[in-house]
Design a protein. Structure first.
Ligand SMILES: [Zn+2]
Length: 221
């Protein structure tokens, strides 16, 4: 059994970088699904993945996948991930923590030169929040069903935008990603997910001012 640790400083740096996309003046992040901000975050993560020579895929629902190969590529992947969209009062952790910590696992395995039997994939599910387009969890729902429900095509955003057009524009904004069909066998799935609004973010910065240790914020809530 190999001892293995991720790079927490790199993860915190990444969280701060992604929190700038859609940052609100008083803290928190507004980066709603299938907006330009959402596309920017997806492009940023895909760029980091390609720089590592990981393969990047998206499916017709704009779910984004980053794959690190295993020794046996015929085995179903272990999947880890979450979402990058954020509702108006969302904080910087929430889905971004689940997504970026998953990517950190791939990078740390790479740095340590550790091979895994199975391929591992990071996933970014489209529209988890459901506040711009209803319902929430569209990406994972369509993945599990293997199809996009017919009645989603005519859906309109709260700002009047068309679901079909915004989905197409999001997919087109990432031409580097290889297209793959919707839904495939997964060995198992892990997700870290914090629903905290901006309160955890505020708590961390307050804690930091009181010079608490770097890990204390994880216990704050
Ligand atoms: Zn969430």
């Amino acid at each position: 059994m190999t001892m293995f640790a991720i790079d927490g400083n790199r993860l915190n740096r990444r969280l701060a970088e992604f929190a700038e996309i859609g940052a609100l003046p008083k803290g928190g992040v507004n980066r709603q699904a299938l907006t330009e901000g959402d596309r920017q975050a997806r492009r940023m993560l895909a760029g980091l993945a390609l720089a590592r020579s990981f393969r990047v895929f998206q499916d017709p629902m704009a779910n984004l996948f980053i794959r690190r190969p295993g020794r046996d590529e015929t085995l179903a992947p272990l999947m880890i991930g979450s979402h990058l969209d954020s509702q108006p009062a969302g904080g910087r952790y929430d889905g971004a923590l689940g997504t970026l910590s998953a990517f950190e696992v791939l990078e740390s395995l790479e740095d340590a030169g550790i091979e895994t039997d199975r391929p591992m994939e990071v996933v970014v599910w489209t529209n988890e929040e459901g506040c711009r387009f209803a319902p929430g969890c569209m990406g994972s729902m369509a993945f599990a069903a293997g199809a996009i429900p017919d009645d989603w095509a005519a859906r309109q955003a709260t700002d009047g935008a068309s679901f079909t057009e915004e989905l197409a524009a999001t997919i087109e904004s990432l031409p580097e990603a290889e297209m793959r069909p919707l839904g495939f066998p997964v060995f198992s799935y892990i997700e870290i997910h914090i629903e905290q609004g901006p309160s955890l973010e505020a708590e961390i910065f307050r804690s930091a001012r009181h010079r608490h240790s770097g890990t204390r914020w994880l216990e704050a809530r």
